[in-house]
Design a protein. Structure first.
Length: 250
């Protein structure tokens, strides 16, 4: 029988997003985007604790107004995982799951998949995992705001890119395309290790934090989900998210 683990959800939240400043406090169906993400994670009832990790008073007020827990960052950070790596010093847990604050449509089953993976891994051979979903639409495959991932035959990530990967030189090969969903699951020590790794050239070029694991020889297990999530990186994404929210709640 799989071992029951202590699992926390950590939601990194910064106000000054480079592509869409203030996006986490923009309105989505009558509440801020971050509030919708936080409520989705709490309502999953999968976690022993849920924290938002931020350095911003506005973000803190949003979450405490919902009765939520906030951990304050004391340093500037380049990525959400760096922010959580600081916070994990103060949290005693087996596994931490990083849910991006702009993922209000993250679903319970996708999060449960990650938790089951770690519970079944009694030998602790996996210390990092994330999610991906198959994409077919050409406009998403070529969109640099949609991060793509390719894996080996065992499901471990080979590379992430904003470019279409694999490049379809042979159109007959019909290799599948997968979008990376920005949810990471870490064993606690893996997150502690992450903050000791400086940003290397490939991550700096693509601006994709998952690449850092690969550049330092770490293995990142990818799980395929059938449930796409709408990350909000641009004002156009927010329009799409509001349309989806209204459709789901009418």
């Amino acid at each position: 029988m799989p071992k029951k683990l202590h699992v926390v959800a950590l939601i990194p939240a910064r106000y000054q997003a480079s592509r869409f400043p203030g996006k986490l406090l923009k309105d989505l169906g009558g509440k801020p985007v971050l509030a919708r993400t936080y409520e989705a994670v709490v309502n999953s009832q999968l976690f022993d604790e849920v924290y938002v990790v931020t350095d911003d008073d506005r973000i803190q007020r949003c979450i405490t107004g919902l009765g939520g827990k906030v951990l304050r960052s004391q340093q500037e950070h380049d990525t959400g995982s760096d922010r959580l790596a600081e916070a994990i010093d103060y949290i005693d847990t087996d596994v931490a799951i990083n849910v991006q604050g702009d993922e209000p449509f993250i679903d319970r089953e996708s999060l449960a998949q990650l938790i089951r993976l770690f519970e079944a891994d009694e030998q602790k051979e996996i210390d990092l995992a994330s999610l991906m979903v198959r994409i077919e639409e050409e406009e998403r495959i070529v969109n640099p705001n949609v991060v793509k991932v390719v894996t080996d035959q065992a499901g471990f990530a080979l590379y992430f890119s904003r470019s279409p990967i694999p490049y379809p030189r042979d159109q007959e090969a019909k290799a599948p395309y997968y979008q990376h969903i920005g949810v990471y699951a870490f064993r606690r020590q893996a997150l502690l290790d992450f903050k000791e790794l400086p940003i290397a050239p490939l991550e700096a070029s693509e601006k994709i934090e998952a690449i850092r694991f690969l550049e330092y020889g770490r293995r990142l297990r990818m799980l395929e989900t059938s449930r796409p999530s709408i990350g909000i990186d641009t004002p156009e994404d927010l329009e799409e998210a509001n349309a989806k929210w209204n459709q789901n709640n009418t």
